[in-house]
Structures are given as C-alpha cells and as structure tokens.
Design a protein around this ligand. Sequence first.
Ligand SMILES: Nc1ncnc2c1ncn2[C@@H]1O[C@H](COP(=O)(O)OP(=O)(O)OP(=O)(O)O)[C@@H](O)[C@H]1O
Ligand SMILES: [Mg+2]
Length: 149
Amino acid sequence: MRALLLSSPAETHELGRRLGVALPPGACLALSGDLGAGKTALVRGIAEGLGVPSLIQSPTFVLVQIHEGGRLPLWHADLYRLGDASELDELGLDAMAPETVLAIEWASRFPELLPADRLEIRLEDAPRGRRAELSATGARHAALEGLDV
Ligand SMILES: Nc1ncnc2c1ncn2[C@@H]1O[C@H](COP(=O)(O)OP(=O)(O)OP(=O)(O)O)[C@@H](O)[C@H]1O
Ligand SMILES: [Mg+2]
C-alpha cells in the first residue's frame, strides 16, 4: 500500500498522468471514493499519460466509454448507476482487447466484476486536498505502487 497527499486538482491530474505513462498493457485501475473525490479527474490524467486524444467526460449515463488513439486503448467505466452486475456483462467487458487499460469509477460497488489482479486507488478528502491510497492486488500492478511521484 502507498499513501499520497494530493494538495490540488493539478496534483491529482499529475498522479494520473504518471500512471498513464507507466501502466502495463491490460492494467486495471479500480477507483473508489465519494462523489467529487477526484476519480474522473484522475482518469483525465491517465488519458493524458497514455496519449489519448479524446476528451474524458463523466460517463453519467454511459457505463463504458472507449478511447482509442493512445499508447494503449483506454476503457473508462463508471458503475455508479449500474443496478446489477449482469448489465455490465451484457456490455461485454469480455470484448476488451488484452492490452486494454480499464479504469473503473465506483469499482467497489461490484467487486465481483473486477479482475483479480488490479490496482485499487482510493481517494478521500484530506484537510488539504485529497488522500490517495494505491494498493496492488497482484503481480501485474505491484510496480505501480512504487511509482515515482
Ligand atoms: N487533490 C485535490 N484537492 C482538491 N480538489 C481536488 C483535488 N483533486 C480533484 N479535486 C477537485 O475535486 C473534484 C473532483 O471531481 P471528479 O468529477 O473528478 O470526482 P469523481 O470522483 O469523479 O466524482 P463522481 O463520483 O461524481 O464521478 C473536481 O472539482 C476537482 O477539481
Ligand atoms: Mg466521476
């Protein structure tokens, strides 16, 4: 586990950007934290680090948004409005290419949908900014805990 203090929105973005530069093919980032914690802000940074040219929006009514054109494809999911795990199965996360990076907001709502090997990122309010906690659950993501930030 690695804990970081992010004292401004720019630092949240920069953590994402560095992750985006370092992510291995097939990475899964399971993001959790309250409304407005900074999950989407982090994904914007990740997209920049991957070189994704398109705009990252809050998925709101779209469960998964696909962004091509970066170093690796980025699938951005938001499970906030997902009622049942089977709804996501229908969307076919299985159709993801193996090198795809998956960033999931509100991941902790459906732990059964998550790959066993992932990087969990918890964001929470801190007296000045946000506290980010990074925990790898398997070998593929272990090195990311030691990210140079
Ligand atoms: N380290 C930080 N310190 C202070 N404010 C921050 C920090 N990081 C991000 N923010 C601000 O917090 C808000 C985060 O909004 P964002 O949409 O990313 O949250 P979210 O976790 O995706 O919320 P939701 O659950 O609604 O999807 C933005 O207004 C952003 O500027
Ligand atoms: Mg969001």
